[in-house]
Design a protein around this ligand. Structure first.
Ligand code: GDP
Length: 448
């Protein structure tokens, strides 16, 4: 329970032998601040309902910044429900989604970026996601933004004072110093924005389509990546007629794997539908893993398929290398190029023995992190709304800089700078409207 009435309400349902040995003192304000105390939950009739530990976090040193009472009971849902009934009968009410965190935000215990990180920590499905979210919770983004905001504010203050004292025109040296400050701010913002290219995958996951001619081993590769026998593996070409989806994670990044129907020319209506869906899957996927069969001749269809996937989103898995592997020579004989020359990401694997899969996962991970590779452990932007705000701040600040260079009126430059600062305020929450705040906190679990 959070709020000024929390200790009072708690005192009516909790009795600690040590603090109030007499039943008659039940309800008196005997709760010790910032300590955990053992006692009993007392039912409305005065009987003991459960043993419990009560912790009283006194305002402002609590999560929400208000008085907080935590009651830890035994886990039975029957007891917990009864305790809730008891405290709600005394005037407490069930929290709205995210309300504890919202109160923490309103009382300035945390900023909005941290509040959103709380949700991300709770929703984390992999340890890596949790680690990234925890860094945000500790204020990584806000810390990076603070000096940037300060730089913009300094420029604003300087321009404002020169507006006030009209006779003091800004000297060329001063203009240079100001644009320098803005350059640094823009560069900092660009770095933050760049981390989103990988950060969004960390939070939302990515789609990986597994494509290839029938029987090259797509389903087997899929199963190796998923780590179970989800897809049907058979020796009959064309058995995977529909796309299969499975969620898993690669190096802690969530991934939706799509095992597509084998792509080939066919008269089978159902299979044709599956193939159409494969093409859609390729179009939608963040990365397509093109599986080739090392033990067989490269066919026209393989080459067509390779051509149909944009190179930036393509990784090639040469499968079945446990068998005789001379695909490269065969390709070379047919086209005059080696596979490794053809594409930058080619990984040799065997779905049968599992060899090469660590390498394959690392290749996928690297492709996703792209330019952000160096910053992989410093991802600070995982949220689309925050990313949009950073982009807007970059735009406004860059325009302000250009206008300043062009000798535009200070008032005009100031408008842009203030808009840029406002965009940044939307990330930490100082400049957001109530409905947007409401929308953000509505995505939280009940309470929290
Ligand atoms: P898909 O039609 O492309 O999905 O291929 P499947 O995964 O169904 O595999 C087709 C056949 O190739 C099956 O008999 C698999 O056991 C076999 N296979 C798949 N991967 C390998 C591999 O790495 N080595 C060997 N030797 N056989 C494989």
């Amino acid at each position: 329970m959070s709020g000024p009435a929390a200790p009072e309400i708690a005192a009516t349902v909790f009795r600690s032998e040590r603090l109030c040995p007499q039943p008659s003192v039940l309800g008196s304000p005997t709760l010790e601040a910032n300590r955990a105390q053992f006692g009993h939950i007392i039912d409305s009739g005065g009987s003991q309902l459960d043993q419990a530990v009560l912790t009283y976090f006194k305002a402002p040193r609590s999560y929400t910044g208000e008085d907080i009472i935590e009651l830890s009971c035994h886990g039975s849902p029957v007891i917990l429900r009864r305790v809730l009934e008891l405290v709600t009968a005394k005037g407490a009410r069930i929290a709205e989604p995210g309300e504890f965190t919202f109160r923490a935000f309103v009382n300035k215990r945390i900023d909005l970026a941290q509040a959103q990180a709380v949700r991300d920590v709770i929703n984390a499905q992999t340890e890596y996601q949790a680690r990234v979210a925890t860094r945000q919770l500790e204020g990584a983004l806000s810390k990076r933004l603070t000096p940037i905001k300060e730089a913009v504010v300094e420029v604003i203050v300087h321009l404002e004072s020169s507006v006030e004292f009209v006779e003091d025109d800004i000297s060329p040296e001063a203009t240079a110093a100001l644009t320098d400050k803005l350059d640094q701010a823009i560069q900092g913002l660009n770095e933050i924005a760049a981390s989103f290219s990988f950060g969004r995958y960390v939070k939302e996951g990515f789609d990986l389509a597994i494509v290839g001619r029938p029987n090259v081993g797509k389903s087997s590769v899929f199963n190796r990546l998923v780590g179970s026998d989800r897809a049907i593996v058979t020796e009959l070409p064309g058995t995977t007629r529909d796309a299969l989806y499975e969620s898993t994670s690669i190096s802690g990044v969530p991934v939706r794997l799509i095992d597509t129907a084998g792509i080939r020319e066919t008269n089978d209506v159902v299979e044709t539908m599956g193939i159409t869906r494969s093409r859609t899957a390729i179009a939608d996927a963040d990365i397509s893993l093109v599986v080739l069969d090392a033990s067989r001749r490269l066919e026209r269809e393989d080459i067509d398929l390779l051509d149909s996937v944009p190179e930036a989103r393509r990784i090639i898995a040469v499968n079945k290398i446990d068998l005789e592997n001379f695909l490269d020579e065969k390709l070379y004989a047919e086209t005059g190029v080696h596979i490794s020359e053809l594409h930058e990401s080619v990984v040799s694997v065997s779905a049968l023995t599992g060899s090469g899969f660590e390498d394959l996962k690392a290749t996928i991970f690297e492709r996703l992190s792209g330019d952000a590779a160096a910053e992989r452990d410093d991802i600070i932007l995982t949220d689309a709304r925050q990313h949009a705000a950073v982009r807007r701040a970059i735009e406004q600040t860059s325009e302000a800089r250009a206008l300043m260079m062009a000798g535009e009126l200070e008032e005009v430059v100031l408008l842009k700078l203030r808009a840029g600062l406002e965009a940044l305020g939307e990330i930490t929450g100082e400049t957001l409207t109530e409905d947007i705040l409401g929308q953000i906190f509505a995505t939280f679990c009940i309470g929290k």
